[in-house]
Design a protein. Structure first.
Length: 52
């Protein structure tokens, strides 16, 4: 898994660290945050700016 943005890279490292320390709730948290990152989604399907 390659993280293109610094934010995702940080979250990924945090997730790895959390998993190694057995903090599964934090692992899930990081996973959610990673999935919520819209700026580098495949195919950039979200074309509407400011659309909630
Ligand atoms: Zn990102």
């Amino acid at each position: 898994m390659s993280a293109d943005c610094a934010e995702c890279a940080r979250l990924d490292r945090e997730k790895e660290a959390a998993r190694k320390s057995g903090d599964l709730s934090k692992v899930t948290d990081c996973d959610v945050l990673l999935r919520r990152h819209p700026h580098h989604s495949k195919g950039r399907a979200l074309a509407g700016k400011g659309r909630a």
